[in-house]
Design a protein around this ligand. Structure first.
Ligand code: COA
Length: 276
């Protein structure tokens, strides 16, 4: 049973909301376990095409729960390793999920909250959102989130923000590439989120899975003959695949591909009352 999350399904969209609003959705061992489990089960659920991760209340997430961190400091090194691995597993599960993921960011995204944003495929943020990698201020390091955060913002920006713990605004997060879209407020945030969801639903689920795998396979790798061979292999395979054939045929036949959801029914305006 989930207590730290609110989970909803809207057709093909899985909505996972971190739900510890009184703690700005800081994550303790229970939230980490529940979030990892929910991501895995939505990944396996046939009707779900993509997942939106958000936070209830004022913030997206204030990162690791510092009360829990304090308690863990009194445990053995082995227990600390096991516990840290649970957070590392959450980040890896989110980053490598086989379905598209979107972070909807408002309020504070601090520490591990920045990690969650970096692990999602796409991030949208409301302008008032604030970001910070506060770990060094607390005598800690952003260790398990670092592979994803450095991949998102680059080594140069990581050197600044890992070492200063400065807060930065959504516009700076956008400039750094941590978030893809900015909105002036939460209403606009949901509009922009909706456009990205629609764009994702118009794409082939199998192609999206392969695209995520492709990015991981080429990212940061030298362009060797093996890599070139691998990329040629991938396109050769997917164009002969059922969704590869269907997508190209649909374009040429000027019709919707089988995976594209139908347009929503137009809302019929109420009939005007008869005139005098
Ligand atoms: N872990 C545990 N509790 C946290 C928390 C965290 N990461 N972040 C916030 N809280 C708690 C506060 O201690 C406070 O508890 P209280 O009501 O018992 O005093 C409650 O959430 C509300 O927080 P508060 O600081 O009063 O709200 P705010 O709106 O003024 O500020 C934040 C919100 C998130 C900016 C601020 O709480 C903050 O800086 N938190 C630390 C975040 C952080 O450094 N995370 C990285 C951890 S590695």
């Amino acid at each position: 049973m989930t207590t730290s999350l609110a989970i909803e399904r809207q057709g093909p969209i899985g909505l996972i909301t971190m739900n510890r609003a009184e703690r700005h959705n800081a994550f303790d061992d229970a939230l980490i376990a529940e979030l990892t489990e929910s991501l895995r089960s939505m990944e396996a659920e046939d009707g779900i095409r993509l997942i939106v991760l958000s936070g209830a209340g004022k913030s997206f997430s204030a990162g690791a729960d510092l009360n829990w961190m304090k308690r863990m400091a009194g445990f053995s090194m082995d227990e600390n390793r096991r516990d840290a691995m649970a957070l590392a597993t959450l980040m890896r599960t989110l980053a490598h999920l086989r379905k598209p993921t979107i972070a909807r960011v408002h309020g504070a995204a601090y520490g591990g909250g920045v990690g969650l944003v970096a692990c999602c495929d796409v991030a949208v943020a409301a302008q008032p959102a604030m970001f910070s990698l506060t770990e060094a201020k607390l005598g800690l390091v952003p260790a398990v989130i670092s592979p994803y955060v450095v991949a998102a913002i680059g080594e140069r920006a990581a050197r600044r923000y890992f070492l200063t713990g400065e807060r930065f605004e959504a516009a700076e997060a956008w400039r750094l590439g941590l978030v893809h879209e900015l909105a002036v407020n939460e209403a606009e945030l949901d509009e922009k989120l909706g456009l990205i969801v629609d764009a994702m639903l118009a794409c082939s689920p199998a192609a999206q899975r392969e695209a995520k795998d492709l990015i991981r396979a080429v990212s940061g790798r030298p362009v060797t003959s093996e890599l070139i061979q691998d990329t040629a292999e991938r396109i050769a395979k997917i164009r002969a695949s059922p969704e590869g054939r269907e997508g190209v045929a649909a374009f040429l036949e000027k019709r919707r591909a089988s995976w594209v959801p139908p347009d929503p029914e137009p809302t019929v305006p109420p009939e005007a009352p008869p005139g005098p």
